[in-house]
Design a protein around this ligand. Structure first.
Ligand code: ZN
Length: 311
């Protein structure tokens, strides 16, 4: 990822995404069934397109003129088969050439040099990387295993790849600090979202009131049934009775990962009104998003990135 965003990408036929199939009959379109709050939140997000790349944006973040961000969909790339088509991971079996071309497509669409995208090895942990100097001066501890990145540096597009896990953007509107976090059930049980807020507030002397959080597409409580180890891992988490509900099978629970993370963020002092949840279930909407569980582990990864623009 060192070539210029303006280098000419290899042109290929764009494969079509598979049609949406809701096998459970529980899908009510894009919104988790029956949740008015999420229906209202949906209005705070919109699908957009730059070049071939289709993505979801949070309008509260779009209103910040010092930012670029995108919760990418799986549309706008060249990958084929299970990886159709804007896959950003080459560790799941997709062709490295196709993944490289997808990165170039994204870079060109957003007019960001491809070398400015910064991703890490995500390990479902709680480690947070803070980038407080230009990338050229940054020494990242090896192995670079992190599940959140915070930066005050313009021109660094920090990203997390997901396929069901929750991507979360944080923005301090006043101090112009941004962060991205990746929270699956393990990261959620380790309170990664709460730790990101703590690190932003203590590390950059931010006020909780100034921070906005945007929670992107993730597997919804309509599709995410979990067993006892997951339920027990969140023992002691505030609001557990609201983000777990009865499972379809005995001894199982439906988990609302987005809500669990929202509750953590509120718990660190960020006002509810500053938190936006997309409410798009990745498993219900597999024609738009990759879903690890919905596609039995045989799929790609979408990228979620945010960048402070260079003035
Ligand atoms: Zn669903």
């Amino acid at each position: 990822m060192t070539k210029s965003a303006r280098s000419s990408p290899r042109r290929k036929r764009i494969p079509q995404t598979p049609p949406h199939k809701c096998v459970k009959g529980r899908c009510k379109g894009f919104i988790f069934a029956g949740n008015i709050t999420l229906a209202i939140n949906k209005l705070m997000f919109r699908f957009s397109k730059k070049g071939p790349v289709e993505y979801l944006e949070a309008t509260a973040l779009t209103a910040c003129d010092f930012l670029t961000h995108a919760f990418c969909t799986r549309r706008g790339g060249i990958s084929e088969g299970n990886f159709v088509n804007l896959n950003f991971s080459s560790t799941e079996g997709d062709s490295k050439d196709n993944v490289r071309t997808n990165w170039r497509n994204l870079a060109e669409a957003f007019n960001i040099d491809v070398g400015r995208f910064f991703v890490v090895n995500q390990v479902h942990g709680e480690e947070i990387l803070t980038i407080d100097r230009p990338l050229a001066e940054l020494i990242v501890p090896e192995p670079s295993q992190f599940d959140a990145i915070i930066t005050d540096q313009p021109g660094v597009a920090i990203g997390m790849k997901t396929a069901d896990c929750v991507p979360i953007f944080f923005v301090d509107k006043v101090k112009r600090i941004i962060a991205v976090a990746h929270a699956g059930w393990r990261g959620t049980s380790l309170s990664i979202a709460a730790k990101v807020v703590e690190t932003i507030i203590t590390g950059f002397a931010c006020r909780a009131d100034d921070i906005i959080a945007a929670i992107g597409p993730a597997i919804g409580p309509c599709c995410y049934q979990v067993d006892e180890p997951v339920f027990n891992a969140m023992r002691g988490h505030k609001g557990r009775e609201s983000f777990f509900s009865s499972g379809r099978e005995k001894g199982k629970w439906m988990l609302d990962l987005s809500l669990a993370n929202k509750i953590q963020i509120i718990g660190k002092g960020i006002p509810d009104r500053n938190i936006y949840t997309a409410g798009y279930c990745t498993s219900c909407n597999r024609d738009i998003f990759y879903s690890h569980r919905g596609e039995a582990g045989n799929t790609g990864r979408q990228l979620n990135f945010i960048m402070l623009t260079v003035s």
